[in-house]
Design a binder for this molecule. Structure first.
Ligand code: AP5
Ligand code: MG
Length: 224
């Protein structure tokens, strides 16, 4: 069955580039939900589901969760009503197999609309990830130095406890970066070839990156 045109943004970037931070800021502006596969796995883990337990064994090492499980999970998520207009994809697709599956999933509604790629150095990624703190209840993302909460250890939004993700240790981050270059970076060529890729310098303040993303989405200059 053919659906109307929908908007699907795919945010690319190394771990720590700011995909989650930017996606959350864009949500209300675009009226589209952020779909973070990492967040969905963490939600499942928190609730002790079978999927959560399976995902944990991969996530703790910084490896990708198997494609069949991940793709099925995204297919289910896209059925929800809040995706009627599309979605902001954060952390999916993450390899060529997933990218092709996503193309098939969205073919009826116009496919992927745009792929903003947020670039930062590996050193910056390490700084950002090891200083990151996440709200245990609502998932809001902070940084102890670059984006601190008003009160240390407490979420500004809902007062939840802030924690350090299990996979945010230097050793796991190194493997996540390796996995990114090996498995996810081929998507750069894939989306470039489809004329969908736009590079955004992520080494600037969160608000500056957000403004540039909005300009890009409003049909502004190609930012490469
Ligand atoms: P996932 O949760 O997606 O983690 P990731 O890709 O490693 O990305 P991060 O969440 O670490 O970084 P981000 O770009 O969102 O940065 P953030 O905005 O938080 O995946 C986790 C795991 O789940 C994977 O390793 C894998 O096992 C599994 N998984 C997920 N998706 C999968 C898939 N499709 N297939 C298979 N497995 C999958 O920002 C980072 C920090 O920097 C924060 O502290 C933030 O406050 C700060 N910050 C952000 N922007 C700025 C800025 N401009 N200036 C200064 N500080 C900033
Ligand atoms: Mg994230």
């Amino acid at each position: 069955m053919s659906q109307g045109k929908r908007t699907f943004l795919v945010l690319l970037g190394v771990p720590g580039a700011g995909k989650g931070t930017q996606a959350r800021l864009l949500e209300s502006d675009l009226g589209l939900p952020q779909i973070s596969t990492g967040d969905i796995f963490r939600y499942n883990l928190k609730n002790d589901t079978e999927l959560g337990l399976l995902a944990k064994s991969y996530m703790d090492k910084g490896d990708l969760v198997p494609d069949d499980v991940t793709i099925r999970m995204v297919e289910d998520r896209l059925q929800r009503e809040d995706c009627a207009g599309g979605a902001i994809m954060d952390g999916f697709p993450r390899n060529l197999f997933q990218a092709r599956a996503f193309d098939a999933m969205t073919a009826d509604s116009g496919g992927v609309s745009l792929v903003p790629m947020i670039t930062i150095s590996d050193e910056e990624a390490m700084r950002r990830i090891t200083g990151r703190r996440v709200c245990r209840s609502c998932g809001e993302v902070y940084h102890v130095e670059f984006n601190p909460p008003k009160q240390e250890g407490i979420c500004d939004k809902d007062g939840g406890e802030l924690y350090l993700r299990n996979d945010d240790t230097p050793e796991t981050v190194r493997n996540r970066l390796y996995v990114y270059y090996k498995q996810t970076s081929p998507l750069v060529g894939y989306y470039f070839a489809h004329d969908l890729l736009f590079e955004i310098d992520g080494n600037r303040a969160i608000e500056t990156v957000q403004t540039e993303l909005k300009t890009l989405l409003a049909g502004g200059e190609k930012v490469t």
